[in-house]
Design a protein around this ligand. Structure first.
Ligand code: G6P
Length: 443
């Protein structure tokens, strides 16, 4: 009995600097958690890709079956249906939703390719675990081919309420597929509620539906703690402390996505500095913006808006040798990221909508001395599941600005008390607990 995992992205990345071929585990909690399970139990990972891992002739620790996507499929399935239709709508951005009828056929076609790949390898007692919005049709396509194995599905993004979901023309097809699963998981009780309301609204009260649960994903807490304590991170931190000596440090870490509220965060910071000029030259805000989906026009637009805003705000407040925003637009190595988490006196997560937000949990895990503060948007799944937090409404600059004032005045004992509570929660509810619980529920 093996576990078949299906995700859009491969669990391994290949990098080719010069003549070398370097294989790295893909970042993120999902791969970190599932990798050991797949190694031990001999599962198969089914994923997509324009370039295939096997073309590099690399040995992987378990079978990875890749569905090869054409350029056109990538354009209409990934850029189109996934990231110009589902993504904006499920994150409550109907104004960014663009319907191209062609996209749906490609979404179906790619999901069908995944189904065909699974049909080639499936055996009677295997369990299938499908992930995220890129593969929502896959359950039904498998059922149509007579697959009656256990199928689990986990959605990593929000599930919107009926009023927003109904904008989506393929609303029925997607629900009809998801209800064929034995288990459907969401990050929060709200998403689960929305899903069940949509099922009732569009498919009726009597529809046959499997188990539906809320179970928020997490991080590899112990690994982050271990990394945060490592010699390598201590060395990077020492350099950072030297560069930012005597500064209060605020931090932001986001994929540069319009859902993440990065411009709103900068406007909040601007409002704070306008009203608290005594912090000029005293507070540095470091924003790590990870490039993402740069072939999609909305992502090119958010990049332009963010670049301009950083320029404008830095122009307004900079003094000799000091600028308020340090803007890093590239991916960091894991150890560097953890060093920044350790450096920051506070972090601002200002997402306008976010399925969960793992950055919040990573920051908490990295705070090995129990200090530091988390300013968290109320529109993240994390705000619904974490026990204590400083909530903001990122649409309101004053809310962000006031929260910065508040963290700067919080006594150390209160910080330690709050951070300890958060750390205990994340330690207890780590990625392995999420994984074990889901697979146990799937049966
Ligand atoms: C979100 C989604 C994932 C996706 C990731 C990165 O977290 O839930 O499914 O893999 O963003 O986006 P990308 O488009 O680069 O895969």
């Amino acid at each position: 009995m093996k576990l078949i995992i299906a995700t859009n992205r491969a669990p391994y990345d290949v990098k080719k600097p010069k003549d070398e071929v370097i294989v790295e585990k893909a970042p993120g909690g999902l791969v970190a958690a599932l990798d050991p399970v797949m190694r031990e139990n001999g599962g198969v990972w089914v994923c997509g890709g324009e370039k295939l891992l096997e073309d590099y002739g690399i040995e992987l620790p378990y079978p990875v079956k890749q569905v090869k996507l054409t350029k056109n499929e990538n354009k209409h399935y990934y850029e189109g249906f996934c990231n110009t239709q589902i993504w904006p709508l499920f994150h409550y951005f109907p104004a960014k939703y663009k319907l191209h009828t062609k996209d749906w056929n490609f979404y179906r076609q790619v999901n069908q390719k995944f189904a065909n790949q699974i049909l080639e390898i499936i055996e009677p007692d295997d369990r299938i675990w499908i992930h995220d919005y890129q593969l929502m049709l896959l359950p039904k396509l498998l059922r149509e081919k007579g697959v009656n194995n256990k199928i689990g599905f986990f959605l990593h993004i929000p599930f919107p309420n009926v009023e927003v979901y109904r904008i989506f023309p393929k609303r029925i097809e997607i629900l009809e597929s998801l209800v064929t699963c034995d288990l459907v998981g969401f990050h929060t009780a709200s998403y689960k509620k929305h899903f069940l309301e949509c099922v009732e609204y569009f498919l009726g009260k009597d529809v046959d539906i499997g188990r539906v649960e809320d179970l928020s994903i997490s991080i590899d807490y112990n690994n982050i703690v271990k990394t945060a304590k490592s010699h390598k991170v201590n060395l990077i931190l020492k350099d950072l402390k030297y560069n930012f000596s005597d500064q209060i440090i605020g931090l932001g870490v986001d994929r540069l996505d319009y859902t993440k509220g990065v411009p709103e965060k900068f406007e909040g910071l601007e409002h704070f500095l306008d009203n608290n000029p005594e912090y000029i030259k005293k507070l540095s805000f470091i924003q790590i913006a990870v490039p993402t989906r740069s072939s999609v026009s909305e992502y090119q637009k958010i990049k332009r808006i963010t670049d301009e805003l950083v320029g404008r705000i830095n122009g307004k407040f900079s003094r000799e040798g000091w600028s308020p925003i340090q803007y890093i637009y590239h991916n960091l190595k894991f150890e560097e990221l953890i060093a920044y988490y350790r450096l920051a006196d506070f972090i601002v997560v200002s997402a306008l909508r976010d399925g969960l937000n793992l950055v919040a949990k990573e920051y908490i895990a990295s705070r090995i001395n129990n200090t530091g503060q988390l300013i968290l948007s109320e529109f993240t799944g994390a705000a619904e599941v974490l026990p204590h937090r400083l909530l903001i409404n990122p649409y309101d600059v004053r809310s962000i600005s006031n929260s910065i004032s508040k963290v700067l005045k919080t006594p150390k004992e209160t910080q330690v008390k709050d951070m300890t509570e958060l750390r205990n929660y994340v330690q207890e509810n780590d990625i392995f607990k999420w994984l074990d619980t889901f697979l146990e529920m799937l049966g």
